[in-house]
Design a protein around this ligand. Structure first.
Ligand code: OAD
Ligand code: ZN
Length: 248
């Protein structure tokens, strides 16, 4: 019944926004953060200040990243990614705002101009001082060849970090501006696979609702914003989006 209702909302959607979290990628074999077995249940996050000031922390951050390489490098878009890419190509979705760092929206064919990455991207690295881009393979070769010492920027000597946003790190300005624009202009806001506990990202569903959008939340677990949503579905994302697409 909920999927029929979602089908009806999707049928009328003209400039929707999908707002995605780690739950979208669990089907692709990438663990989320807060479910049992999630990343933050195993490791405490390394915040930005610690990464900058402490070489041992920097090394630990890279060790963890390389330990995840198989999951990230081997991952392919799941059913949810594919449905969203389809609705975007069909013109019902105006854009996708993601907290995910795995590059799977791009892999499903979403063009950069339709995608906002609020928390950056872990599939490559940059120098925090000069912005020079480094590929992970290059970092890893150095790391392993130099007794797990983290390489510094070849140009300026600055610290090299995956192109992600850590706790304590400023949000990317352009991404925030674009996310606000999409959120204020949308008719339907689909919050998919996020616990909605991390700010400022968690503010977007509220902002959409305040600007008149129909708010839909699809997540296995309840969220704090379920009570302001127009439709809440607690089920598997792939199942829900496929079912909704078929009833539409
Ligand atoms: P979380 O791990 O906090 O939440 C993921 C949600 O997805 C959970 O509530 C799960 O129940 C749900 N879920 C998992 N698999 C699902 C499936 N197949 N179908 C339906 N629901 C499913 O991840 P995010 O909300 O994305 O930020 O986390 C937000 C931010 O916290 C991340 O971007 C990251 C993290 O710290 C930074 O690192 C800055
Ligand atoms: Zn540099």
């Amino acid at each position: 019944a909920a999927c029929t209702e979602l089908g009806a909302i999707l049928a009328g959607m003209r400039r929707g926004v999908a707002f995605t979290g780690a739950g979208l990628s669990t089907e692709s074999g990438i663990p989320d953060f807060r479910s049992p077995g999630g990343l933050w249940t195993r490791n405490k996050p390394i915040d930005y200040g610690a990464f900058l000031s402490d070489r041992a922390m920097r090394r630990e951050a890279w060790r963890r990243r390389f330990a995840m390489e198989e999951a990230f490098a081997g991952a392919a878009p799941g059913r949810g990614h594919r449905r969203l890419a389809q609705w975007l190509a069909g013109g019902q979705l105006a854009g996708i705002v993601t907290q995910n760092i795995d590059g799977l929206h791009q892999a499903s064919g979403v063009p950069d101009e339709r995608l906002v990455e609020l928390h950056g991207n872990t599939t490559y690295a940059t120098c925090l001082d000069c912005g020079e881009r480094y590929e992970l393979d290059w970092v890893r070769q150095r790391f392993e060849a130099h007794a797990l010492a983290v390489p510094d920027c070849l140009d300026c000597g600055g610290p090299i970090k995956t192109a992600t946003i850590s706790f304590g790190q400023p949000m990317p300005r352009t991404a925030m501006v674009r996310a606000h624009e999409l959120t204020r202009a949308c008719d339907v806001f689909l919050a998919i696979g996020s616990s909605l506990v991390v700010w400022p990202a968690a503010g977007f569903p509220v902002e959409a609702k305040r600007h008149g959008a129909t708010l839909v939340i699809i997540n296995r677990e309840p969220t704090e914003f379920d009570e302001i949503a127009d439709l809440v579905i607690h089920a598997d994302i792939g199942d829900v989006l496929d079912a909704a697409a078929e009833t539409k």
